[in-house]
Design a protein around this ligand. Structure first.
Ligand code: AMP
Length: 192
């Protein structure tokens, strides 16, 4: 099994690149943002609670996310591979993911961090907001999402760098070029 994280700030292209990896390698894609949006759309009490966080650009409490990830890992432990998109989002989640996986004799093989200039991130998210219907794809919430990324999420990069699983890629390039770099990193890691 080959498990990987597509990592980076909001608007860096994680979802787009994860879809490419699915096409090329047949891994399973899991986006915690999509899981949360489905729960919010269902309109139940849990969805209402989650929306209070997502609509402000704040992280949903770790225990809620980790329960979803644990359930997902159990259900899919015999797949070819899993691509995590939007998770882990802080150091605690990264540590807990390793712990959950260790129990199942699984591991994160590769973390691809996609770096994009802040101006470009804002431009992309505002553009996406015209059609995405997402309550968080606007200038005000994007500002918070970037603060959360810098303060809580970006430190995860060092965690994976220390564990020698990190590959950093520039996302200030056309989608195909970024996809090619990611593909190279996957193939390289698979052969290692
Ligand atoms: P995304 O689609 O990945 O941009 O996520 C949208 C929103 O969902 C984020 O701004 C957070 O409010 C929430 N979210 C997604 N993934 C996580 C996570 N791993 N931990 C906490 N909150 C999350």
């Amino acid at each position: 099994m080959f498990n990987m994280v597509v990592f980076g700030p909001p608007g860096c292209g994680k979802g787009t690149q994860a879809a490419r990896i699915v096409e090329n390698h047949g891994f399973l894609h899991v986006s915690t943002g999509d899981i949360l949006r489905r729960q919010i759309a269902s309109g139940n009490a849990m969805g209402e609670l989650l929306e209070k966080f997502t609509s402000r650009g704040l992280l949903v409490p770790d225990q809620i996310i980790l329960k979803e990830i644990w359930r997902f890992a159990l259900r899919h432990q015999y797949e070819k591979g899993i691509i995590f998109d939007g998770f882990p989002r802080n150091l605690y989640q990264a540590q807990m993911l390793d712990r959950i996986f260790y129990k199942k004799e699984m591991r994160i093989n590769l973390v691809v961090s996609i770096d994009v200039d802040e101006d470009e991130l804002i431009r992309r998210v505002l553009e996406r907001g015209k059609t995405s219907g997402r309550t968080d794809d606007n200038a005000e919430v994007m500002h918070n999402r970037l603060l959360v990324y810098v303060g809580q999420t970006r430190p995860v990069i060092d965690y994976y760098r220390r564990k020698k699983r990190l590959v950093e890629i520039s996302g200030n390039r056309p989608v195909d070029e970024v996809a090619a770099s990611i593909d190279l990193a996957i193939v390289h890691k698979m052969q290692a």
